[in-house]
Design a protein around this ligand. Structure first.
Ligand SMILES: Cc1cc2nc3c(=O)[nH]c(=O)nc-3n(C[C@H](O)[C@H](O)[C@H](O)COP(=O)(O)OP(=O)(O)OC[C@H]3O[C@@H](n4cnc5c(N)ncnc54)[C@H](O)[C@@H]3O)c2cc1C
Length: 432
């Protein structure tokens, strides 16, 4: 009865967005953490009760109700793609699909209606992102603009910038990329050297960015640049500029990753002239703005689901070959339990965002634990398949395993390295 045993296991944990539904987190009215807990979270200092701030919360019914429509779109986009292509969800670049999402109201979920958004909030975004990544739908053409650039422009941009960029982002028409990292400036972001100098009409930019996801497809980069002082001045003198990647003097060179794909690039600026209105917010306040932007990048379900297409493909293999011995069930059950727990933690973070808070420590915790889970999956699945040489394994599953194994090291680098996140967690707990 191995198949039945697996089916029973899958139903009892039932992580539905992966094809398995989750009764652990009941649908129903949202139960966000109480105001008292919110206030407690803002308390600084030693001995802060970190885990008290991550109270179990549910996805509101109104946002759960989005699931059938977004699932249908996501499944349709991924329908003809093999598992190794679906595993590339994060880097899957399909502008037509992103525009369809925009037309269906699945972009700009947290943004005001006045700028073309949906005004629904972080829970709605959680449901949509979870469905897209679980299906392995291509998200790259809208991912960064929707998650980071539009909220940043909303919070710090001028009215003219909001009016121009945000509605286009909500329609899935603009591809943005993040120009933070430089050779020598990754974790130590304050040391960026790319410089913008004032001209009579605006700004002239010289320097280099690296690891810029989607720069080769991008319309605009939001770049962190030095507008005054030197790289020794640390946080002072940094600003954010919107750089048109088609402007004269911009050179984009794709970089191949371990899997042989090229989804990020190095970008060179050679006397790139920008208008005065390229500046976002106030000159010299780039550090404050970029820190807020990173909070958008680290919260959300995307730090849990990078390897989930592989997990699904492997469970399908186990069902196909009829393997359901105790050791296999323990392995599947262990991963399912971790996924369910991480998902509950991520929803708890989302509840804090919905209260207007900024759960920096908790989001770092979810990202660190989430990326560890995402990285351990391909190792364990590879070991499991190697331990069963008698089983015929589809080439598609091998290709998926190969791809996820090759890209998994990047999961704990992108969006902030594991060590840096652990430093943030330790500080949040008052340990350093
Ligand atoms: C797939 C992928 C996509 C990316 N996309 C983008 C993008 O679109 N835009 C962008 O700007 N960047 C992007 N990056 C770059 C990413 O943000 C940086 O790689 C990351 O910030 C680390 O910087 P670094 O590579 O310079 O490493 P370093 O900062 O040099 O770190 C090297 C090692 O030292 C450790 N370390 C550094 N400082 C400390 C410390 N204080 N305490 C303890 N350990 C420390 C790090 O954890 C790491 O293990 C991307 C990276 C990847 C892998």
């Amino acid at each position: 009865m191995p198949l039945l045993a697996l089916a029973a296991l899958a139903t009892s944990f039932d992580i539905s967005c992966t094809g398995w539904a989750i009764p652990l987190i009941q649908n129903g009215p949202c139960r966000p953490p109480s105001a008292a807990i919110g206030a407690q979270a803002k308390t600084k200092g030693r001995g802060r009760p970190l885990f008290d701030t991550l109270t179990l919360a549910s996805l509101p019914e109104a946002d759960e109700a989005l699931r059938p429509a977004i699932r249908a779109l996501a499944d349709e986009a991924a329908a003809n793609a093999s598992a190794d292509v679906r595993a590339r969800s994060w880097s899957g670049f399909d502008p037509a699909f992103s525009r369809r999402l925009g037309a269906a109201g699945f972009l700009g979920l947290t943004l005001p209606k006045a700028y073309g958004g949906q005004e629904r909030g972080p829970f709605a975004r959680f449901v949509v992102v979870e469905e897209l990544l679980s299906a392995g739908a291509p998200v790259a053409a809208h991912w960064i603009a929707d998650r980071q650039s539009a909220p940043l422009i909303l919070n710090y941009g001028s009215e003219a910038q909001r009016d121009y960029y945000i509605p286009r982002i909500c329609r899935g028409e603009l591809v943005f990329c993040i120009g933070m990292s430089e050779p020598g400036s990754g974790s130590d972001l304050a040391s960026v050297r790319t410089r913008a100098e004032r001209t009579e009409t605006g700004w002239r930019v010289n320097g280099q960015k690296i690891w810029t996801t989607n720069a080769m497809h991008g319309d605009y980069m939001i770049a962190l640049v030095r507008t005054s002082g030197t790289s020794e001045d640390r946080h002072a003198g940094l600003s954010q500029l919107i750089i048109d990647l088609k402007a004269p003097g911009v050179t984009v060179r794709p970089i191949a990753d371990l899997a042989g794909d090229a989804h990020f690039a190095e970008v060179f600026f050679d006397n790139v002239d920008l208008p005065a209105e390229a500046l976002i917010g106030n000159e010299g306040e780039g550090w404050k703005q970029v820190t807020a932007e990173l909070a958008f990048e680290r919260s959300g379900p995307e730090r849990i689901y990078s390897s989930v297409v592989l997990l699904d493909a492997w469970v399908a293999h186990l069902q196909k070959v009829g393997r359901g011995d105790a050791a296999t069930l323990a392995l599947v059950g262990g991963f399912t339990a971790r996924l369910a727990t991480l998902r509950a933690m991520s929803i708890a973070c989302t509840a804090r965002l919905a209260l207007g808070e900024s759960p920096v420590t908790e989001a770092s915790l979810v990202k660190d634990l989430g990326t560890a889970f995402e990285q351990e999956l391909p190792v364990a699945i590879g070991d499991d398949l190697a331990a069963h040489p008698e089983e015929a394994v589809d080439a598609e599953l091998y290709r998926t395993l190969m791809f996820v194994t090759h890209v998994a090291p990047s999961f704990s680098l992108r969006g902030g390295t594991r060590e840096v996140l652990r430093g943030i967690i330790a500080r949040g707990m008052g340990l350093r």
